[in-house]
Design a protein around this ligand. Structure first.
Ligand code: SAH
Length: 251
């Protein structure tokens, strides 16, 4: 059996209870060493074989996992955050499907949730934005033209950008070309939930300089939008004059 497990954003106690149990039981662990906190590996039992996938190809990862699974071992493929977000798990699952090898997926706390926690922020404020766009700048992995930052920015929604902290000048240009004012609040969250987490609040126009001044070029999320500002409406759910299935309106 192969278990794809989301390790969470960084902090070693932000893995799920299920993910932690799977790690404790694993005979083989293949972890994404570039981003997964190695402290998670302390949960593994003695004799567990551990591989860092950072220097491995898909084929090499499969060559480790498949024979182990066929030999009846429990294999944990440990991904950062939640495996469904830029996790490259589909290509692994397709190989396993083709070979008839059983697997399951244990979700994790994505770093975009860790970043909101670090910012003490709510992405979906009434009257500000009710939509969160998770995206990235095109890098060596292209982004379909219809999803260019410029086009996504035209919605004025909350945006969380992965894999983009090395191109903040271009990112700001695109956000502004899409319709955001240069003074729109923005934040850089570096290593959300890790012990060395850092949070920088700025504006879209200030993103590049802020990153430069603080030596940030990777392992960061960029968040953009009015949710980082001070103006919003109260929720209807907790409004005394608003009745719903669980509560009557007060006079
Ligand atoms: N599956 C992961 C994302 C993997 S893509 C998740 O759900 O979070 C890798 C990118 O995620 C990094 O380039 C960075 O932009 C972001 N990232 C991952 N962990 C992070 C963290 N702890 N803090 C800030 N950004 C993080």
């Amino acid at each position: 059996m192969i278990q794809f497990v989301g390790a969470g954003p960084g902090a070693e106690d932000l893995i799920t209870v299920r993910g932690a149990k799977l790690l404790e039981q694993a005979d083989v662990v293949v972890y994404a060493g570039s981003l997964v906190n190695p402290a998670h590996l302390a949960r593994t039992k003695q004799g567990c074989q551990i591989y860092d996938s950072a220097s491995m190809t898909l084929e090499q990862v499969m060559d480790v996992m498949i024979p182990a699974a066929q030999a009846g071992k429990l294999v944990v493929r440990l991904h950062t955050g939640d495996p469904s977000i830029y996790g490259a798990i589909r290509e692994q699952m397709d190989v396993l499907d083709a070979q008839g090898i059983a697997y399951d997926v244990c979700p994790g706390v994505s770093s975009f949730c860790g970043a909101a926690a670090a910012l003490h922020a709510e992405y979906t404020l009434p009257d500000v934005s009710q939509t969160v766009i998770l995206s990235r700048m095109a890098g060596r992995t292209p982004v379909p033209e219809r999803e260019s930052i410029r086009k996504l920015a035209s919605h004025g929604s909350t945006m969380v950008l992965f894999l983009s902290s090395g191109m903040l000048g271009k990112l700001a240009e695109e956000l502004i070309a899409g319709g955001y004012a240069p003074e729109t609040p923005a934040a850089i969250v570096y290593k959300a939930t890790w012990p060395d987490q850092r949070v920088f609040r700025t504006t879209i126009a200030g993103l590049e300089q802020t990153a430069k001044d603080n030596g940030i070029s990777k392992t960061a999320l960029i968040t953009v939008g009015g949710f980082l500002g001070d103006t919003y409406e109260r929720s209807k759910l907790y409004d005394p004059s608003f009745a719903h299935g669980c509560r009557e309106a007060s006079k």
